[in-house]
Design a protein around this ligand. Structure first.
Ligand SMILES: NC(=O)c1ccc[n+]([C@@H]2O[C@H](COP(=O)([O-])OP(=O)(O)OC[C@H]3O[C@@H](n4cnc5c(N)ncnc54)[C@H](O)[C@@H]3O)[C@@H](O)[C@H]2O)c1
Length: 342
């Protein structure tokens, strides 16, 4: 497990300075937005970072691919990065996922630190050691479990995050409440998710919930699968939109996935209609109702779900919630029922 620290830039200084001096070279991986809004702030405020070499990739899910891994590896080679180099991943979930894969594999592995800058990355993507890139439209197909040396969270970075991206991360915070903490869910439903200051107050609790689940089962053999609630359907929806070149934010796809999986849970007599309505109505307030898919589109979604990493012996398995705070893993769901619920 990696230490996760929610800190001020002054506190970053001590940790980073030690790490920078212990390594041969420091590289910063970022995209154009996090370069403008976050890397500059870090370099101006953290002595020792002024000599770090910056590698910028285009923002967006399209950068989470093997071609970009190869491109960054070539840049590292050209800049003579050796096995004692340090990679700082400064960005949203795309950068932490991509940077994790690069660091885990470049010359068989170099040290890396995540400095997550989006809400999604602070409460979820940077926590728990999962790093992956997509193969075509198939999400997170090429990846590893590899923990960062440190995860350093500076919540004021959220101030420049576009509103839609804040909402995207909020979806995963809500998921943390729904799968394990009814009080957290209730508290979140009383805040304004567009308000950065309010959101920032709840980052620590969200990180704690994820870390506790990961600690119990780091490589997702059992209980960690709870974190996949909403993701069997949600990832299929995200892949569908990616394939059609109109990417949907990860959080919105997951919020739609949670609604559809709740409807499946009701049909399976697993969740009460009242609980499903409570969760779905709140999710619809911020993320809208899921798109109505036609028959052909539903078939495409099912084919993505057949490749879900949780499946067993070719059967689609979901993590379903019975009541707020209680999530159950390995629920085998028939394709007919999924089709009816989409
Ligand atoms: N590894 C995991 O456990 C895990 C968990 C959840 C999500 N993910 C992955 O994370 C990705 C989604 O992450 P995301 O929502 O952060 O997407 P993202 O990295 O694309 O960031 C969203 C947008 O916000 C911009 N941005 C980020 N920080 C900013 C800041 N402080 N100011 C201004 N702009 C900023 C980015 O440049 C980008 O345009 C998906 O690929 C998803 O699969 C991984």
């Amino acid at each position: 497990m990696q230490p996760t620290r929610i800190q001020s830039l002054n506190q970053f200084e001590n940790i980073l300075l030690n790490e920078i001096t212990a390594h041969s070279q420091t590289f910063i991986l970022c995209d154009e937005n996090t370069n403008t809004h976050c890397v500059r702030v870090l370099i101006e405020n953290v002595p020792g970072l002024e000599n770090a070499e910056i590698i910028e990739v285009p923002s967006g899910e399209e950068s989470k691919c093997l071609q970009i891994v190869e491109q960054v590896d070539l840049e590292l080679l050209e800049r003579n990065a050796d096995r004692n180099a340090l990679l700082l991943n400064v960005g949203g979930g795309v950068i932490t996922d991509l940077g994790g894969v690069i660091a885990a594999t470049y010359k068989r592995g170099i040290d890396f630190i995540h400095i997550p800058t989006s809400l999604m990355a602070q409460v979820d993507a940077a926590i728990g050691g999962k790093c992956a890139v997509d193969i075509g439209s198939s999400k997170n197909t090429f990846g590893v479990f590899q923990f960062a040396k440190e995860v350093l969270i500076y919540t004021p970075f959220l101030e420049t995050l576009p509103e839609e991206e804040r909402l995207s991360g909020f979806a995963e915070m809500l998921k943390h409440g729904i799968i394990s903490d009814p009080n957290f869910w209730t508290a979140l439903t009383h805040i304004d998710p567009k308000n950065t200051n309010e959101l920032a107050l709840f980052v620590e609790r969200s990180v704690h919930i994820k870390n506790e689940i990961v600690k119990e089962d780091p490589t997702e053999k059992n209980s960690r699968k709870k974190l996949n609630y909403g993701h069997t359907v949600g990832h299929a929806i995200e892949s569908f939109f990616l394939e059609n070149s109109t990417p949907l934010s990860h959080g919105k796809a997951i919020a739609w996935g949670m609604q559809i999986e709740n409807n499946i849970a009701v049909k399976e007599q697993f969740m009460s209609q009242q609980t499903a309505s409570e969760i779905n109505q709140y999710l619809q307030l911020h993320f809208g109702e899921p798109k109505k898919f036609n028959a052909l589109e539903k078939d495409t979604l099912i084919s993505f779900m057949r490749n879900d990493k949780k499946n067993d012996k070719g059967n689609i398995q979901m993590s379903l919630v019975s009541e707020i705070g209680k999530c159950h893993i390995n629920c085998e769901i028939q394709e007919d029922l999924i089709l009816q619920s989409l």
